[in-house]
Write a protein that binds this ligand. Sequence first.
Ligand SMILES: [Zn+2]
Ligand SMILES: [Zn+2]
Length: 154
Amino acid sequence: MIPTPSAPSGGCQCGAVRFRVDGPLGRASICHCRMCQKAFAGPFGALVSVQVADLTWTRGAPAHFQSSNLVRRGFCRDCGTPLTFEWSEDVIDLAVFALDDPSAATPVVQLAVEARAPWIDHVAAMPVRAPSGPPRHVVSRQHPDHHVDDWPID
Ligand SMILES: [Zn+2]
Ligand SMILES: [Zn+2]
């Protein structure tokens, strides 16, 4: 497939698995179900649907866990980043925050609210902790939010 200029791309934290979407991003959702909480080890999963035919794994490929009889979930076997929710031959859901630009997919609906963490409703009202002490020099090993030909760098 011919890469589309500015096609949405993304990947895992360590960069062993990278993807590109040569087509539109579909509807994005967040799911509070216990399985998404566990798979993302977070309060909810944020997922966006794309056509399987539009998705190219540009580096590596996800490993999978068959989380139910109906769904398998893709993740990076090296760093553990959740990447996919696979439930259909034609459509695949990608983890929104695995995108290089997560703002490209704004969730518009939430699922499984019966399992929603009760504090979710209060996040905006939480006090904000200011940075304390001098800034520390961080050397990130996280893959940058764009394609690079050679990775890892060192
Ligand atoms: Zn990885
Ligand atoms: Zn779920």
